[in-house]
Design a protein around this ligand. Sequence first.
Ligand code: FAD
Ligand code: MG
Ligand code: MG
Ligand code: MG
Ligand code: MG
Length: 546
Amino acid sequence: LVYSDSDPLKRILHADATLDSDGNPIRKKKVVVLGSGWSGYSFLSYLNNPNYDVQVVSPRNFFLFTPLLPSVTNGTVEARSIVEPIRGLMRKKGFEYKEAECVKIDASNKKIHCRSKEGSSLKGTTEFDMDYDILILAVGAKPNTFNTPGVEEHAYFLKEAEDALNIRHSVIDCFERASLPNLTEEERKKILHFVVVGGGPTGVEFSAELHDFLVQDVAKIYPKVQEFTKITLLEAGDHILNMFDKRITAFAEEKFQRDGIDLKTGSMVVGVTADEISTKERETGKIVSEPYGMVVWSTGIGSRPVIKDFMQQIGQGQRRVLATDEWLRVEGCDGVYALGDTATINQRRVMEDIAAIFNKADKGNTGTLNKKDFNSVVKDICQRYPQVELYLKKNKLKNIANLLKSANGEDTQVNIEKFKQALSEVDSQMKNLPATAQVASQQGKYLAKCFNKMEKCEKKPEGPLRFRGEGRHRFQPFRYRHFGSFAPLGGEQTAAELPGDWVSIGHSSQWLWYSVYASKLVSWRTRMLVISDWTRRFVFGRDSSS
Ligand code: FAD
Ligand code: MG
Ligand code: MG
Ligand code: MG
Ligand code: MG
């Protein structure tokens, strides 16, 4: 059908389509979102732009509140309580959802290839292709085994809701097996030896949860075998929780010592068999093997195969992690964005832009900066180059003016050479953002907000050096705000590291932890469920059926 511009029928026939200023229907841009985790869910919740046709593809039809996942492993919290079905959000927003996994991205044809869960009874419906105009990669990452032999086959991971339930069943199973008659003491010891690999936040929290379960519940339920239990925590580096403040690391290591958790630092796992786990001690180079009942592997994350393949296609094959710019656009591929654990931001170096920054500040083109010139761009520099702030903080300087002073003495007139010299060390402070829910959800929110004003922004995108105040609709680059981190250490004690070097450890931070996580839960439904789980645990103890 062809309508003339003046055709009155046209408006009626297309009453629900969006029309452009000439009255022509606009084809909505198709946005395909891969993933329903922290970043994907946050993006979808904040997206409010009727001009997009939004399609979501994820193998799981729920959002998972991962910070409480370790508490599921011992039954403190039920798995059901920390998942939020996404169908509700889809309906509310008018988005479409397909329960499938993207197995291949065809960037040059703007297509993705998807596969629904295996075991679908209708042949031929399990695979399908989708086109996109804009693709949002929010697929997260997978546990990294570093290709250590036997890990995939014999160890448990703690990443998804199923993983936590599997661990819970397996722990209880170990106790039931160890309680059977006709076992030697050695055999019982082996079955009840729990090994945790990785001293990061997840491994540490899981060890603590397991320990609480052993002392608080197992003592009552399986008193006969309690004496045979042992937890070993293996860490390849010198310390556990090395991303935290030293005071927290020290406290955690001491607490684990007191609790009888066997913490072995400097030991790298080199292999796992059905019965034994082998580690190489860094100092002696000796390989030691120990029998175990259960191994939980938590040594960090790596890229998913679909992302690795995509990186090959777009010329990022040499990289370890997919790179985006500060606007979260995948480098080397138009129309594709990446969020959360899927990617890292390729932060710009101050030194690359130094001449441009200088010219920007030097309004009168005098070749020198005075204090006033300088103040006008300082805020933007700090915003655009987060490493500047980190550098100032590390060197206990109040602001860049002080930095210039420390480099150039009292001379407040700065030329380009002096400017360079003063900022020459700053880039050494460049750091990738951590792979956390905090980062992922902020990125999802940021990108949704950009998309909400996309029409305005597309006409005036902001280049790397256009600073604030040059047009209201330009995108600001993504900037992370750190609200602090927690490390639950068991026994109702938590370590908290809050902005401004504030460290707090103990029972009071445990209550802070309870309230922060309760408030971060995405719905009142899950909040109610989790709080009632916590209450049930306080009153009745944990459930030990498997
Ligand atoms: P995810 O949340 O992992 O979401 C990925 C989504 O993509 C999932 O829905 C998945 O099903 C889907 N998907 C996977 N493959 C495909 C595919 N091929 N196609 C389509 N969809 C796909 N962070 C904190 O800040 N604080 C904490 O206390 C904390 N505790 C944690 C505890 C545990 C046990 C774990 C495992 C993580 C914890 N994290 C914590 C880290 C945090 O969970 C991650 O950083 C965060 O989930 C990253 O978000 P994401 O959106 O990138 O990925
Ligand atoms: Mg996600
Ligand atoms: Mg998640
Ligand atoms: Mg996850
Ligand atoms: Mg990331």
